[in-house]
Design a protein around this ligand. Structure first.
Ligand code: FES
Length: 214
């Protein structure tokens, strides 16, 4: 049988193998594999879904149904930094709309779009579970809580100027955040390298696979 992911980077192929080995039934690996495919292709592509179907024995329709159910699986190209501004009720009451407007202006990118240079994708999202630190946003799913419009602008400029390879919640919170929802523990050494979660086997700086090109 040919290897459906033979064209992927070596690192991403190895991570896919490690992930599949964790599950007695390889079909259960579909969700983390979708993140690895996102890193390989820049987003969830038709080819990526077909490759995962071949790897897992699921049908392409089953893989597509998982990918289309969750908003974190992006079907279109995503910028280097995905800025997700929560606009649900707690954040809304504490000025989230102004934060979103500030992010749009600072990035030159309207809600739901990607900047021409591929640097930013901006989106508004439903509650991200940081209501106590409202208003909250995420950069590549790394949290920043208690933001203000001015701090959000400063954050976007910091990203655009510094273009950090890895974004870490602790660092961004210290530089641009306000009151968090709870006392933070020890600094998290990992961080996100792309718009996929930065934990476990996904896109973390410490253990994650390689980011592909858009
Ligand atoms: S309402 Fe924004 S984090 Fe819950």
């Amino acid at each position: 049988m040919t290897n459906p992911i033979a064209g992927w980077s070596h690192a991403n192929q190895e991570h896919a193998k490690q992930i599949m080995a964790r599950y007695p039934d390889v079909r259960s690996a579909v969700m983390p594999l979708l993140y690895i495919a996102s890193l390989e292709h820049g987003h969830v592509t038709d080819d990526g879904m077909r490759q995962i179907a071949e790897l897992t024995g699921l049908t392409p329709a089953q893989v597509r149904s998982v990918a289309s159910f969750y908003t974190m699986y992006k079907r279109d190209g995503v910028g280097r930094y995905l800025v997700s501004v929560c606009t649900s009720i707690s954040c809304f009451l504490r000025g989230a709309d102004d934060v979103l407007t500030a992010v749009e202006e600072a990035t030159g990118t309207v809600d739901g779009e990607t900047s021409d240079d591929g640097m930013f994708t901006v989106e508004h999202v439903e509650c991200i579970g940081a209501c106590g630190g409202a208003p909250a946003l995420q950069v590549n799913y790394e949290f920043v809580e208690g933001v203000t419009p001015d701090k959000a602008v400063a954050l976007c400029r910091w990203l655009a100027d510094g273009r950090p390879e890895v974004v870490r919640s602790d660092e961004m919170q210290a530089l641009f955040g306000g009151r968090p929802s709870f006392e933070r523990g020890p600094a998290d050494p990992e961080g996100a390298i792309a718009a996929v979660p930065a934990f476990g086997p996904y896109g973390s700086a410490a253990t994650g696979p390689e980011r592909g090109t858009r």
